[in-house]
Design a protein around this ligand. Structure first.
Ligand code: MRU
Length: 361
């Protein structure tokens, strides 16, 4: 996608294959700052501390982290150790483990001397496959938006939660890909952007992305979605996902489940954009089995933003001694999901449909 008319991705490998360059997403929307990550340690930190975030993006970034580690040492023990360590950077999005498993499958059979160049090739392939998958998700999702636009005049009102945009992937985004394609196809569009407490990925990232692309949007407090749906102001919900179970339970950013409940109560279709790299066929019951990341309580008790002098500052919003909990994701049961928009087409969130779905290709 473009920033100020210039094509940009949130992750790219240096041609010399000695580093990757990422956008430090902690600073958006106030500052667009690129960071060069030249060690596996730097990549691990960037994933753990959310310089890069979003399920597909952390998968691709970890793949490059493994390639960087093989530049240093590529024997069997070094390969396995680096993969185990990178896998621990964040627990919930399965794309991290998926990308590392794909790297290991390619690299394990090779002699140590051939592993580093093959690792860079495979990480590049993971990144490019992600771009292709998201573009295809966009094409399939576009059909849903066009169908609504054909039924009545006025913009199609979409509600989204968190940031499943191009910043969360290598390009296009997942939930945003249909929006960007609708915009290009001339479908009139308006997006309700949930702020997404506690880290505000909607306010700071999705609103910024949509603004760059000229997609009309309105930022709302997380609690506004149900009200908007009751008043007929949401035509459909599209969110991303971090892990989808074999029977179609969807783990995504905390608060997604409440949106799905409100959507069901109001007859609003609830779609999930899911690249097949986010499908975890090893688990059935998403609520019981997805490991939910618990992040720092400080993300709940404090806010950061731009002050009147243009400085990014952090402020407290709770009494100093307040105990806060911060589960970062929740699980929406499959029964509340209208459909999964995948790169292979739109499928129902059922064990049968997902069993029949081919893997990433
Ligand atoms: O904690 P984050 O910002 O990594 O969470 C991101 C989300 O929950 C996204 O919706 C999900 O990863 C899909 S990104 C295409």
């Amino acid at each position: 996608m473009k920033v100020g008319g210039v094509a940009m991705r949130p992750l790219r490998a240096e041609p010399a294959r000695d580093a990757v360059v990422v956008i430090d997403q902690r600073l958006l929307p106030h500052r667009l700052q690129l960071e060069r990550l030249a060690t596996p340690q730097a990549v691990h930190t960037a994933i753990r501390d959310m310089w890069v975030r979003g399920a597909p993006l952390i998968g691709a970034t970890a793949a490059y982290g493994l390639a960087l580690s093989l530049n240093e040492a590529a024997d069997d023990a070094a390969l396995e150790e680096a993969a185990v360590w990178l896998r621990q950077a964040r627990p919930t999005a399965v794309n991290l483990a998926w990308a590392l498993d794909r790297m290991l499958a390619r690299l394990r059979p090779l002699p140590a001397a051939q592993r580093a160049p093959a690792a860079w090739d495979e990480a590049d392939a993971i990144a490019e496959d992600d771009v292709r998958a998201n573009a295809a998700i966009g094409r399939h999702g576009l059909v849903l938006l066009q169908a609504i636009a054909a039924r009545r005049p006025g913009p199609v009102n979409v509600l989204t939660h968190c940031n499943a945009g191009w910043l969360a992937t290598v390009d296009w985004g997942t939930a945003t890909a249909p929006l960007y394609q609708a915009q290009a196809a001339g479908v009139p569009l308006h997006v309700w952007v949930d702020e997404t407490r506690p880290r505000n990925q909607g306010a700071s990232l999705t609103a910024w992305e949509l603004g760059q692309a000229g997609v009309p949007h309105t930022l709302v407090a997380d609690n506004a979605g149900g009200h908007l749906m009751q008043h007929g102001r949401v035509d459909l919900v599209i969110v991303g996902c971090d892990r989808v179970s074999a029977r179609g339970d969807v783990c995504n950013k905390i608060g997604t489940y409440l949106k799905a409940l409100a959507a069901r109560d109001n007859g609003v279709p609830f779609y999930v954009a899911m690249p097949t790299s986010t499908l975890d066929r090893a688990i059935e019951d998403g609520v019981a089995e997805v490991p939910i990341e618990e992040r720092s309580a400080r993300e709940v008790t404090h806010l950061s933003g731009l002050d009147a002098a243009g400085q990014v500052v952090e402020i407290a919003i709770a009494p100093a001694a307040t105990v806060a909990a911060n589960p970062a994701f929740d699980v929406t049961p499959a029964r509340l999901v209208t459909g999964l928009i995948t790169e292979r087409g739109i499928v129902t969130a059922t064990a049968e449909a997902l069993a029949a779905l081919p893997g990433p290709g």
